[in-house]
Each structure stands twice: as structure tokens, then as C-alpha cells.
Design a protein around this ligand. Structure first.
Ligand code: DAH
Length: 364
């Protein structure tokens, strides 16, 4: 009778052993192994529960039963431990396999960005004038007509003030608001902000109501301004000749100063560079023909006065030129409108590699 009961209990343990070891065997990750450990050996685990029943058994049965339970407990604990290690090794191996870098694989080509010819040209201009001691000044694209025209001695009936030539915006302040038609208001802003000596260039966007082969509603200019107590027309000529020869990379580039008129300079001049148009092909350099390139002059006493500078003490020169125009000439770009069509094929052809940029001497 007792034997039968003992045998039944042994069978029970054998079944439990088979069940637990099979569960351990099929556990697929560390969490499952841990769950099994708790179910079998935890405080309320199945083996632990069986251990707790030992106290109620008669001493001779308890001994054999206790020994069997201990064997089972150790066996299950060892199986859990072994499974844990196997799973850890497998996890590491799969990580190593998935993170392997195949160094024999050819690199994917990086898409190569290009520098827009306007950016390149501005960098070149800044570089050349930077070397002559100019710093870069900037002003807002949205200006008052006061800064853009009145302060620059441009009379109220000047055609540039016409609605057809200038973008007027809803007025926000004391004066009509416009998109600046020239970078010249940066001259005013600079002279109102600081005392001479002044030596700045101001590259930036400008806007006019124009659109054809040689005009776009938005384009770029660079303004120049030098004010101190001794700068004269000779400096103006030397400075611009040096710039044009450096920019176009032609040492003996012919440069001609022609008398002209601008409201904000007196005297005023337009500057031409030498070229040849033989056979319909434009070539910069000596050749007997001329190409207009920029406007300049000695700053008008009224402009100095408008900015609170005494024209009896201070004087200097200013100039302004179109950046697209000189970029087109230097790099042989035939149509102005293409600058702003954002055509990547165009940019690939006319653009510059990042490392082509000359050292940009931005001084403030
Ligand atoms: N602002 C003029 C224009 O847009 C260009 C210009 C001419 C600027 C003569 C100057 C200058 O500073 O002195 O046509």
C-alpha cells in the first residue's frame, strides 16, 4: 500500500521533471527562462511547494522524498542555467552577424552639391575687397522709400520711384515700404550707424519690376563705400581698376571711366572694361571694344549731410555693380534668367565644387 503511494509520487516527480526540462529546453529567450525559474523554484514555485509538504510526511518517507526533490531541484536549476548561457551566446552571435560591416562593399557615391555661381562670385568679390581692407555690411531687402531714394538724394519725380519700376508693399511705418531697388541704402545705414573712416562693401538682393533676357525681378548687386577725410577720385579709380583686373584675372585689362550721372554722387562715372567683339564672339581684354560694367562716383555732399556728416570734413567714393552681370561675363553664362530657375542640370554645369571657393575674408 505504502509502496504504491510512493511509486505514484515518484511517477509524479518523473512527470514534473519531464515537463520542466522540456519547458526549459523550448524556452526561446532569457525572459522565458526567468519565468520558468520563478514557476519552478521561486517562493511559490512548484518544486518549492512540494518541498513545503515534506514536514507533514512520516520521517522514513520524508528522507527519500526530500532527496528526490533536491535532485530534481538541482537538475532543473542546472538546466535553467545552461539554457540561459546558450541563449546569451546565441544572442551575441546573431548580433555579431547582423552588425557585421562588409568592408569589401563599394561605397555608395555621395551626391555632390554645387556652389551657385552667385554665391561663388560674391565670395570672390568679398575676397578681393577683403584684401583691400573692406568689411561686409548688410541691410534689409524690405526698405522704406526714404532710405532707398530720399536719403540718397533721388528726387521725388525720379522714374525709379514709379510703381512700374519698384515693388511697393503695404506701408507699415512713416514712409512707403518697398523692396529695395539697389544696395545703395546700405550706404545710408552705414553712415548713420558709425563715424568714418568707413570702408565697406554690401552684397545683396535687389528688386525691380523687370523680366526679359537681361532682367529678372530679383537680382544681386554689390555696393561699395569709402568715407574718410582724404579719399579722392584717384583712389576710386585705383581701387576699381585693381578690383576688375583681379576679378577677371586679366592683368592688363583696359578700364575706362566715362562721365555719367547718379543723384547720389558728384562727379559720377560709369566704368567700362575692354573687350573684343570680333566675329560676334565676346572676349574680355584688349580688343578695341568696351563693355559697361558698373557705376561709381564721389559721394554727393547732400548724401553726407543727410547722414549727419559734414561734407567740409568728410569725403569719399561709392560704387555699385550687378553681380549676375559680372558672373555671366566671367563664367560665360548666356542667359540671366537661368540663374533663378533652380535647374540642377544647369547648376551641375555652371556651379562650383565646395572646395573651389577662395578663402573668404569676412571681416566685421
Ligand atoms: N545704385 C545704382 C544702380 O542701381 C548703382 C550705383 C551707381 C551705385 C553709382 C553707386 C554709385 O554707389 O556710386 O543703378
Amino acid at each position: 500500500m505504502q509502496n504504491t503511494a510512493q511509486n505514484r509520487e515518484e511517477d509524479e516527480l518523473t512527470a514534473l521533471r519531464r515537463e520542466l526540462l522540456a519547458a526549459v529546453e523550448s524556452a526561446s529567450d532569457a525572459a522565458a527562462v526567468e519565468d520558468l525559474r520563478v514557476t519552478a523554484l521561486g517562493k511559490k514555485g512548484r518544486i518549492t511547494d512540494l518541498m513545503k509538504t515534506l514536514g507533514a510526511l512520516p520521517p522514513d518517507v520524508r528522507k527519500a522524498r526530500g532527496a528526490a526533490l533536491n535532485v530534481l531541484k538541482d537538475e532543473v536549476a542546472a538546466a535553467l542555467e545552461a539554457k540561459k548561457k546558450t541563449l546569451a551566446v546565441a544572442a551575441l552571435e546573431s548580433r555579431i552577424a547582423s552588425e557585421r560591416i562588409d568592408v569589401t562593399l563599394a561605397p555608395r557615391p555621395m551626391p555632390e552639391g554645387r556652389i551657385h555661381p552667385i554665391s561663388q562670385t560674391v565670395d570672390e568679390i568679398v575676397n578681393i575687397f577683403g584684401a583691400m581692407g573692406f568689411s561686409v555690411a548688410r541691410g534689409p531687402d524690405i526698405e522704406s522709400d526714404h532710405m532707398n531714394f530720399t536719403m540718397l538724394n533721388i528726387p521725388p519725380d525720379h522714374p525709379a520711384r514709379d510703381m512700374q519700376s519698384t515693388f511697393y508693399l503695404p506701408q507699415t511705418g512713416e514712409h512707403p515700404t518697398i523692396l529695395r531697388t539697389q544696395t545703395s541704402p546700405v550706404q545710408i545705414r552705414t553712415m548713420m550707424k558709425r563715424k568714418p573712416p568707413i570702408r565697406i562693401i554690401a552684397p545683396g538682393r535687389t528688386y525691380r519690376c523687370d523680366y526679359d533676357m537681361t532682367h529678372t525681378p530679383m537680382f544681386h548687386q554689390v555696393e561699395g563705400l569709402v568715407i574718410d577725410e582724404a579719399t579722392h577720385m584717384g583712389h576710386l579709380k585705383g581701387c576699381l581698376m585693381d578690383f576688375l583686373r583681379a576679378f577677371f584675372g586679366i592683368k592688363d585689362l583696359p578700364v575706362r571711366f566715362r562721365p555719367s550721372y547718379f543723384p547720389f554722387t558728384e562727379p559720377s562715372a560709369e566704368v567700362d572694361i575692354g573687350c573684343s567683339r570680333k566675329g560676334g564672339e565676346l572676349k574680355l581684354g584688349a580688343g578695341g571694344d568696351w563693355l559697361e560694367i558698373l557705376g561709381c562716383g564721389m559721394v554727393h555732399p547732400n548724401v553726407l549731410r543727410n547722414c549727419g556728416l559734414d561734407p567740409e570734413v568728410y569725403q569719399g567714393f561709392a560704387f555699385g555693380m550687378g553681380i549676375e552681370r559680372i558672373a555671366m561675363l566671367k563664367y560665360g553664362i548666356p542667359d540671366l534668367r537661368t540663374f533663378f530657375e533652380a535647374d540642377l542640370r544647369w547648376l551641375k554645369h555652371y556651379g562650383f565644387a565646395a572646395l573651389d571657393i577662395p578663402n573668404v575674408a569676412l571681416r566685421g
